[in-house]
Design a binder for this molecule. Structure first.
Ligand code: 5AD
Ligand code: SF4
Length: 447
């Protein structure tokens, strides 16, 4: 038996895959290594979404050549999106790597690793399948908040995005299987789940299309939320990421009316310019985006939105950028991930558009949006002062152990002195006394 270490890059989907893979390896008798340096099996679960993420892994794995020379028995693997994206070419670039395994082949890893432990070198598995990979249901024990993957892949083909190529077509898990998984989690103490899918609002749609039962007024994801909502012991439901094009009334009705669904929604905007949105093939205009936000907002007293933005998409002018700033100001996001456009070989944008916005301009636009956001969030967080918020307790704060930390329904980090007997996973009410752009500070209100 060997010890293993999985280093994860990229999105929550990858984190979730790494967790499930760790369970598969443990089921074979392998044990988690204390550190990367001491592991017998070292796997890099990788991301292809931007060039920077890929370069980081190539640099890191390149540096491990010396270690591999010293310890030839070490099993070194690149798995996930980069493996799917580049396949065997990774072995040409990094010949000391033992195995390359793509996103649909993760369940094969325990077998492949065993072959490598027996001396095989240079294995590549990147077959894609129309079926969902089985065996990726395992969870770490004792989590208060757990990720649950409900679908894989993406059919949208936004012009900049590599995901449809690395994770393939949309495939959704059956409701009963997801509910059973969350029931098991809830029975073992999980209070919050975050449902994951690259385009989660397309949950079940490819399947209904195939069956000929697709109805654009319906939302299979809303039905899933209702089923998950009924699970006893579960307190909170989050999900990521929805796509505005699929946010119909049935979806909005479910997310605004189900009390366990947290009122904090990540809704990728990408750009506020209709011209750029069209070139990105997003399938909505800024006005349509704002309309959905407005419809959610008018049904709720308090709601937080976050988003993804790409700056410097080919041909983005100062006017396009100003339109993005305007939409961001109108929505008033509580958080945003801002990315500089990165050319991904094989995508429509890479094939047809030059990466013409200079890097300095991308950086400048990136910084402007971050500054806007920081300023606005600092002001917006003041709305919480004097209010009582419900907090799911995580545990002692890493920075200052005298304080405990948790999250509000709207996903704000809340810090407070612990009460006697307080345990992670408890739901407490905290009265907020002061705020910064990052956190809310307060005291527990005795119940
Ligand atoms: N360049 C920059 N950002 C990208 N994203 C996806 N593809 C690219 C790209 N080529 C961003 C999008 C997406 C997030 C996960 O990553 O904003 O929502
Ligand atoms: Fe990265 Fe996208 Fe793959 Fe997630 S799915 S790891 S964000 S490329």
């Amino acid at each position: 038996m060997a010890s293993f270490f999985i280093r994860t890059y990229g999105c929550q989907m990858n984190e979730r895959d790494s967790e499930a893979l760790a369970c598969l390896l443990e089921a074979r008798g392998h044990t988690p290594a204390a550190s990367e340096e001491t592991a017998d099996i070292l796997l890099f679960n990788t991301c292809s979404v931007r060039d920077q993420a890929e370069r980081k892994v190539v640099g890191k794995v390149g540096l491990l050549k010396r270690l591999k020379q010293k310890r030839p028995d070490l099993v070194l693997g690149i798995i996930g999106c980069m493996a799917q994206n580049h396949g065997r070419a990774l072995l040409d670039e990094l010949p000391h790597v033992d195995l390359v395994v793509g996103t649909d082949c993760l369940p094969q890893i325990p077998d492949l690793v065993e072959e490598c432990l027996n001396g095989t070198h240079g294995l590549v598995a990147t077959d894609t399948s129309a079926e969902l990979p089985v065996g990726l249901g395992g969870h770490r024990a004792g989590q208060r908040s757990a990720f649950v993957s409900v679908m894989r892949g993406c059919n949208q083909f936004c012009s900049y995005c590599i995901v449809p190529y690395t994770r393939g077509r949309e495939k959704s898990r059956p409701v009963a299987e997801i509910v059973a998984e969350i029931e098991r989690l809830a029975a073992s103490g999980t209070r919050e789940v975050c449902l994951l899918g690259q385009n989660i609002t397309a949950y079940g749609i490819a399947e209904t299309r195939r069956e000929g039962t697709r109805d654009p007024e319906k939302s299979p994801f809303a039905d899933l939320l209702r089923a998950v909502h009924d699970i006893p012991g579960l307190e909170r439901i989050r999900f990521t990421s929805p796509h505005v094009k699929f946010m119909n009334d049935a979806f909005i009705e479910a997310i605004t009316s189900l009390p366990k669904v947290c009122k904090s929604f990540h809704v990728p905007l990408q750009s506020g310019s209709d011209r750029i949105l069209d070139m990105m093939r997003r399938g909505y205009t800024a006005a349509e985006y704002l309309d959905r936000i407005q419809r959610i907002r008018e049904r709720l007293d308090d709601v937080a939105f976050s988003t993804d933005i790409i700056v410097g998409f080919p041909t983005e002018t100062p006017e396009d950028f100003a339109a993005t700033r305007d939409v961001m100001a109108t929505v008033g996001y509580d958080m945003a991930y801002i990315f500089r456009y990165s050319v991904r070989t094989g995508t429509k944008a890479a094939d047809t558009l030059a990466d013409e916005v200079p890097e300095e301009v991308k950086m400048e636009r990136n910084q402007l949006l971050l500054d806007d956001l920081d300023r606005r969030v600092a002001v917006a967080n003041r709305r919480y002062v004097g209010r009582a918020v419900e907090v799911l307790v995580e545990g002692p704060s890493k920075r200052n152990a005298e304080r405990w930390t948790g999250r509000s329904d709207t996903n704000k980090v809340v810090l407070f002195p612990p009460a006697p007997g307080l345990a992670p996973g408890d739901l407490v009410t905290v009265r907020i006394e002061r705020t910064t752009s990052h956190s809310l500070f307060g005291e527990i209100v005795p119940s």
